[in-house]
Design a protein around this ligand. Structure first.
Ligand SMILES: Nc1ncnc2c1ncn2[C@@H]1O[C@H](COP(=O)(O)OP(=O)(O)OP(=O)(O)O)[C@@H](O)[C@H]1O
Ligand SMILES: [Mg+2]
Length: 313
């Protein structure tokens, strides 16, 4: 059964998307894992990075292909989307001339922003408050219902969330076994990180009571905190430079030493070069520039992948 992991941080530009793609790439290429990627962000960055911009445009606009929007549209029509219609197989790029055969993706759509608002407004009236709570849980389960159908076909499902905690992100959280927080070691981010874990604790608490109140069978299974992965770390003398180390240390003292991944990803232009050519960092040999930096980042990323495998079980 797949382990489902949401990559969450409401701060933008910290590396949620880059780490999601490269975790998937590392899990698939270094550990032969089967991975399903789900892009929940209306910016569609993971979709563009994974299959390439023109392939995305062809699929979504020229061929009116299915995306995550299809899944939510079906929900509004009181139907259920079919996983085989929305999961694209053998399309995620592994290197300049190869695709990952074991990685699937559900692409995002720019109209997901509007959908988030539509979802917030959607109120189904039930015969009593209990039934209405059940409808609220259905609203949170749109993504879960798709994942549940294919959980046996994958080892990991990775969900790249937008930089907010609106209902689409809550759908990701609700469907996940773990949430992982990509972060950068700047002062403002660390203030935010402890807030995120508080928010997520609150979601768990709310969903647990809703589940019980709705009288659903079993009980709500909490989404566990999988840890913080620091990204864009500057190094000096073989470790994080002073300022970054201090911030990482203070985060660990706020949240507990175990809250941080021991491994991190360094700052460098390899990551953006890889992004520009729609490649995972491990394909550094195929990059026309920044190869050396990309190779270093690939080494660090691989350690993060190894640690991910040990932590997220
Ligand atoms: N380790 C790194 N070193 C240098 N640049 C990086 C690194 N990781 C990511 N980037 C670059 O930083 C930018 C933001 O990264 P990314 O899109 O992964 O963040 P995000 O958290 O998903 O952003 P958003 O909140 O907008 O979804 C991108 O241009 C990406 O290529
Ligand atoms: Mg992103």
């Amino acid at each position: 059964m797949a382990i489902v992991v949401s990559m969450i941080n409401w701060k933008g530009g910290v590396g949620k998307t880059s780490l999601t793609l490269n975790l998937a790439a590392g899990l698939a290429s270094k550990h032969s894992k089967r991975v399903l990627l789900i892009d929940l962000d209306a910016q569609c960055n993971l979709s563009f990075l994974s299959v390439g911009l023109s392939a995305y445009v062809d699929h979504t606009y020229k061929n009116s292909g299915s995306t995550l929007k299809t899944v939510f549209d079906a929900y509004f029509d009181r139907k259920q989307a079919k996983p085989e219609d929305v999961i694209l197989k053998k399309r995620v790029r592994a290197s300049a001339g190869q695709i990952f055969t074991q990685v699937g993706i559900v692409l995002s759509h720019q109209e997901l922003t509007l959908l988030d608002m539509k979802l917030a407004r959607e109120k189904r009236s039930g015969k009593d408050h209990r039934e209405e709570t059940r409808f609220e849980i259905e609203k949170l389960s749109v993504i879960k219902s798709i994942i549940d159908e294919v959980a046996s076909e994958y080892d990991y499902v990775l969900l790249d969330c937008p930089p907010n905690v609106n209902l689409v992100t809550q759908n990701a959280f609700f469907s996940s076994d773990y949430y992982v927080v990509p972060a950068i070691p700047d002062f403002l981010s660390t203030v935010g990180i402890s807030q995120i874990t508080k928010y997520m604790d609150q979601f768990n608490q709310d969903y647990r009571s809703m589940w019980a109140y709705a009288g659903l069978p079993g009980s709500y299974v909490e989404t566990k905190f999988g840890g913080i992965i620091f990204n864009m770390v500057d190094e000096y003398g073989g470790g994080p430079k002073d300022g970054h180390r201090q911030i990482m240390k203070s985060t660990a003292s706020q949240l507990g030493a175990g809250a941080l991944f021991k491994n991190y990803v360094t700052d460098g232009d390899g990551m953006s070069a890889a992004a520009q050519f729609n490649l995972p960092i491990f394909a550094f040999n195929d990059l026309p520039r920044a190869q050396q930096n990309a190779e270093k980042q690939a080494t660090y990323m691989e350690r993060v992948v190894d640690e991910f495998l040990n932590r997220i079980v």
